[in-house]
Design a protein around this ligand. Structure first.
Ligand code: NAD
Length: 291
């Protein structure tokens, strides 16, 4: 039972929030190969580790220094799966192509793509520069487009391997509650995630007959470097809780477990959906006391 801070309202978790319940990851992905973009930190890191614990070999895509990506690879190797780290900017077609080539060269195939890499460059609307707009769209929307296209080409070529999965391939997009919740001061980010939702759904419709499953996970507030300002002080954290009916921040491992399930045959009939993992953030929390 997580500790409750007496100075908060009943049921509100203390600051800093106690961790979410820890649960074992089931080995649902044995022998499969997964590529996770932006996997050296935060949610991508947790997804890569969870997929590794579930038995998948993992390609850890990163941008910048390789150090943290290599630590993720070591953690995956520790649990008996194989892992490599590959540098690539997901918004650059030649780098994406080379990343998929390295994946096939190392593991011989790909079964799961997780489009996780994402950025925020926030500004009031009238101050938002074209560069800030374009970079967020390039990473958060064009990146998934480029990776999906490479993955689909590969899945088509490979076909179904029933020993591994009843699908020819699985694609997960890490979207956001801001694919449906408007976000003042973050127009570029919300537009990129709204766009990602219809990229995912349109692709899911087109790929269903080929047994390529496409879905999204929409995290709410998860404790990662992208939103440190929202949870690192007591005041910020208390403000954040007003938006979360469960009255706690989410942990990256909770997204990892959802990703394992959504990438596995256990969810084979789940197609073209967004799974919200958000402690109820999308439930109009302003109405929780009756409105
Ligand atoms: P994060 O900053 O730790 O992770 C983002 C990762 O993407 C970083 O490792 C970064 O290096 C990588 N990246 C950035 N640009 C890249 C590029 N061009 N090519 C390759 N990699 C690149 O933050 P996070 O919270 O773990 O974010 C992961 C995803 O989750 C993002 O798509 C984000 O929008 C989404 N998300 C996060 C939250 C949250 O509360 N943390 C909520 C909703 C959605």
């Amino acid at each position: 039972m997580p500790p409750v801070n007496s100075s908060n309202s009943p049921g509100t978790l203390a600051w800093p929030a106690s961790p979410a319940p820890s649960c074992p990851v089931l080995r649902l992905l044995a022998g499969q190969t997964a590529l996770v973009t932006g996997a050296s930190s935060g949610i991508g890191r947790a997804i890569a580790i969870a997929l590794g614990h579930a038995g998948a070999n993992v390609v850890i895509n990163y941008l910048g220094s390789p150090k943290k990506a290599e630590e993720v690879a070591k953690e995956i190797q520790r649990c008996g799966s194989r892992a490599i780290s590959v540098a690539a900017d997901v918004s650059k077609p030649d780098q994406v192509q080379s990343m998929f080539q390295q994946t096939v060269a190392e593991f011989g195939r790909l079964d799961i793509l997780v489009n996780n890499a994402g950025i925020q460059l926030d500004a009031a609307f009238e101050d938002l520069t074209l560069d800030q707009w374009q970079r967020v769209i390039d990473v958060n929307l064009t990146g998934p487009f480029l990776c999906c296209q490479e993955a689909v080409r590969l899945f088509n070529k490979q076909g179904i391997n029933p020993a591994l999965s009843c699908a020819a391939g699985k694609i997960l997009c890490i979207s956001s509650v801001h694919e449906v919740i408007p976000w003042a001061g973050h127009v570029n980010y919300a537009a990129s995630k709204g766009g990602l939702m219809l990229l995912m759904k349109s692709l899911a419709q087109e790929m269903a007959p080929r047994r390529i499953r496409v879905n999204s996970i929409a995290p709410g507030a998860i404790r990662t470097p992208i939103n440190t300002a929202a949870w690192e002080t007591r005041e910020a954290y208390d403000d954040l809780l007003k938006l979360i009916p469960q009255k706690r921040i989410g942990e990256p491992e909770e997204i990892g477990r959802a990703a394992v399930w959504l990438a596995s045959d256990q969810s084979d009939y789940v197609h073209g959906i967004t799974l919200f993992v958000d402690g109820g953030m999308t439930l109009y929390p302003g109405f929780e006391t009756g409105g």
